[in-house]
Design a binder for this molecule. Sequence first.
Ligand SMILES: Nc1ncnc2c1ncn2[C@@H]1O[C@H](COP(=O)(O)OP(=O)(O)OP(=O)(O)O)[C@@H](O)[C@H]1O
Ligand SMILES: [Mg+2]
Length: 405
Amino acid sequence: MICFSCCLSSEDKIQTTNSLKKSIQDTKSISSFANISIKTDSSRRRYIVEEIEKYGKGNISAQTFTFNDLALATKNFDSECLLGEGGFGKVYKGHIERKNIDVAVKQLDRNGFQGNREFLVEVLLLSLLHHPNLVTLEGFCSDGDQRILVYEFMSNGSLEDHLLELTPEKRPLDWITRMRIAEGAARGLEYLHETANPSVIYRDFKASNILLDENFNPKLSDFGLAKLGPTGEKTHVSTRVMGTYGYCAPEYASTGQLTTKSDVYSFGVVFLEIITGRRVIDSSRPSEEQNLVVWAIPLFRDKKKFHLMADPLLGGDYPMKAMYQALAIAAMCLQEEASTRPLMSDVVTALEFLSGNKTDLEAEGGEEEVAEDDHTFKSPPALQSFTSRLERAESNDTNANRERD
Ligand SMILES: Nc1ncnc2c1ncn2[C@@H]1O[C@H](COP(=O)(O)OP(=O)(O)OP(=O)(O)O)[C@@H](O)[C@H]1O
Ligand SMILES: [Mg+2]
């Protein structure tokens, strides 16, 4: 099930529901490219457009651009237009004159390993999956050896830019914006896991892949690493462990076992980064603080130390109870045992309260009545279940420690 922001008008809601229904039907065709494998020899490369058409079965909404179109859009890939550079190549800001839209143009590094497969998966998935929290693929270019992806332009860049690599001219994100970003990103994952059919494992959930529009609405980008989930009772076992170090679930890192619960773990890591403002791996910190999760686990067990986990850039401006509940959600997502991690739909339900999109009264069907300066935070049922599960885990832990002593 999927939920949309309560600020949509009823007309918008009907349209969104219709397009969602269409996208759900369309996603069935993604099962046909579950095991795509593309040879990387140059003769094969020439046929990439035909491959996209074949696997996309007429559902490809992305437009084909020529290399010249994109050279024109980016002033010949001028370094002034450079937005950033990732593992697969450089990203430039561009403007498509005939559509009068700004775009982000990602030119894949031609020496990148498996580049064709990632390119194809990205084009196919983003053409078939549509959700307000997934970035839109405007088009692609596969002229000759070029592999270029053209995305909608996200004017606030990535969550990483606003959280972990803050430049002096940027204001730190406030608490409620952080919770809204977490909720939107969780909705993106919920759609991939629980609405797409078959489900899609995102595999590379991290702060730099969460892009922010002009209103700080988050959208997931980079689907090249995504995997289609197992059908039936099978769990997917990946032969190559990919993704980004630190964000990877322990079972995925050690045995390559990949399920939607690996994404839930990565969500927990990013959510912890959102709360603490600390990078998952930070070699500039003292050795016991370099790995965020290792540092956080003992603190999760001690309520008196929770304030130590809040990002100092919040300046203490957050509701203490909400901080406690946010940490409870992060802790549940970060459980070692994959099966005990929550579903993304549970996480979304819990986050709706922290982001202010829902109050406990609304959840019970009552009228919302909040005093103007009421910053107290009541625990809604969804969060109560998270916090009580955490408390149970805490007391089991204490009992185990006592028995050991
Ligand atoms: N659609 C977009 N709109 C605006 N900026 C973007 C867009 N896509 C990417 N960027 C910018 O380009 C940067 C590089 O993105 P890219 O996805 O190539 O690398 P990354 O996410 O840092 O690393 P990785 O290759 O591991 O995903 C991002 O951090 C972001 O600042
Ligand atoms: Mg990226």
